[in-house]
Design a protein around this ligand. Structure first.
Ligand code: SF4
Length: 481
């Protein structure tokens, strides 16, 4: 078998962000609620975290690079007032573009006061819009798409009747993906792009309102899920309740299917589909499409676990826990040697030897990007005495990149474009290797009430790709941390 260099960080798909907003009608402890909510969204981004509280129209912000537990402490949280609204954010970004100035919520001053913005997504005409604004004299602090969106809203506000009109006009100008929470001095606004690439939902806690990337947060706060924000919809919350508006820009809807496979938390429901059930169904279909004789079925934590249970139920093969995940280890830092990376990977995911020794194992994982993690998993299972290791992947092969906010490598760097399935099987050292079909992928989201995106698997995108990648130029100008 060829040797592989372990780089766990780049061997998983990374989502860009999680967003949250709260409109406080009950004099609740808004700081504590918002802080708790960010813990519930931490899986969507671990590079930075931030909370803005709006009290009497004025924003107060705590944000920094790091995960929620390191960014916030009693001291900085106690400085935030118990205001009327909050906007909060967790962010993932590739290290190349890590830019402290882009940490969100982004607070900007405009004609009526302050806007706070928290965004999840990638604007595909970002370079064109920004360049036009710069030609008009605009100066930007960061490489953030949210900053450009804020600038557009403030510009449109000059000629429009209300903040609602200004945001709707901005939505008509934007292309690509965005799920945003914005506060004006007196209103909380949630909007989702016309394709609906990223999830966004509305909930209620007593008489107060929640906007969140995922429904699991609404429930964990003790609130009640109202509904998803529809593609192209803007929800505006004020003292009268919530109001719905739609932008003119109608598009084919296209929710990211990878939300169901990997990104979202299993206890969320997105556009009518329970994430845990979708994952379980992926395992059931995977067995029907790719059966194999084995003694036990195991999942790679966390997103492989539901799919493994589905595979076990459909096949009648016993389900077992083969790996224990250490959740307290952060990402592998840049620059550490391969030995250290191997050790960290092993510590992060440790095999239970007595479960796998002498067994024929089906191991279910969510995806293969470079193959490093799969090779590592097969190796540790075999080192622990597994007789056979059959790898089943609960998504199709990644053969195209993503332009809509998921940090996938360029097509040419995806391992499925460099090796056939059989070559890849040999490379990772498995006894067999099979992927979910694209038809199977759509079947897992049966009942989803909007259209679906499978672009990175099929090459068919329902939105235009960006014509210019602005960051390629910009990345040369910013310093790495
Ligand atoms: S291209 Fe893939 S990762 Fe990107 S939005 Fe579509 S399904 Fe999701």
């Amino acid at each position: 078998m060829k040797s592989v260099v372990i780089d766990k960080r780049r061997d998983k798909v990374n989502d860009e962000c999680g967003v949250f907003g709260f409109y406080n009608n009950d004099d609740l402890d808004i700081v504590s609620i918002t802080h708790d909510a960010l813990f519930g969204l931490q899986h969507r981004g671990q590079e930075s975290a931030g909370i803005t509280i709006i009290q009497d129209g004025e924003p107060y912000t705590v944000k920094d690079l790091g995960i929620v537990s390191t960014v916030f402490d009693e001291k900085n949280l106690s400085k935030l007032p118990r205001g009327k609204m909050s906007v909060a954010h967790v962010r993932y970004t590739s290290h190349e573009y890590l830019d402290r100035a882009a940490t969100q919520p982004l607070v900007m001053r405009y004609i009526e006061g302050s806007l706070a913005l928290a965004n999840n997504g990638a604007i595909t005409n970002f370079a064109e819009i920004r360049s036009e604004l710069e030609k008009g004299g605009a100066i930007f602090q960061s490489n953030s798409h949210a900053e450009v969106i804020g600038y557009m809203i403030s510009t449109h506000r000059i000629d429009s009747e209300s903040i609602e009109d200004a945001v709707l006009q901005t939505m008509d100008d934007l292309k690509g993906s965005y799920s945003l929470v914005i506060s004006s001095p007196s209103k909380l606004i949630g909007l989702r792009d016309p394709h609906g690439f990223k999830p966004l939902c509305l909930g209620k806690l007593k008489n107060s309102y929640i906007i969140s990337s995922e429904s699991c947060v609404v429930e964990s706060l003790g609130g009640e899920f109202i509904r998803d924000v529809a593609p192209g919809e803007m929800i505006v919350i004020d003292d009268e309740g919530f109001h719905s508006y739609f932008c003119k820009n109608k598009k084919q809807t296209s929710l990211c299917l990878f939300e169901y496979i990997y990104v979202a938390r299993p206890d969320s429901v997105i556009d009518g589909v329970y994430v845990n059930l979708a994952r379980r169904k992926a395992g059931e279909i995977l067995f029907r499409e790719n059966p194999v004789e084995a003694d036990i079925v195991c999942g790679v934590p966390d997103s492989g676990l539901d799919a493994a249970q589905g595979y076990a139920a459909e096949s009648g093969i016993k389900y077992a826990t083969a790996f224990i995940k250490n959740k307290y280890i952060g990402r592998t830092p840049d620059g550490v040697g391969n030995d250290k990376k191997q050790r960290l990977l092993k510590t992060r995911l440790n095999v239970i030897k007595n479960i796998v020794d002498g067994k024929r194992i089906v191991i279910i994982d969510d995806s293969i990007i470079h193959g490093n993690t799969s090779a590592h998993i097969v190796k540790v299972l075999k080192d622990a005495g597994a007789k056979e290791v059959h790898v089943r992947i609960s998504s199709p092969e990644f053969v195209h990149s993503c332009y809509f906010g998921m940090d996938l490598p360029k097509s040419e760097d995806l391992i499925s474009n460099r090796y056939s399935e059989e070559e890849l099987r040999k490379l990772i050292g498995a006894d067999s290797l099979k992927f979910l079909s694209i038809d199977g992928l759509h079947e897992i989201a049966e009942g989803c009430n909007i259209g679906l995106c499978d672009g990175c698997f099929s090459g068919v995108y329902h939105a235009d790709k960006p014509k210019i990648i602005f960051e390629d130029k910009f990345a040369n100008k910013i310093k790495k941390f």
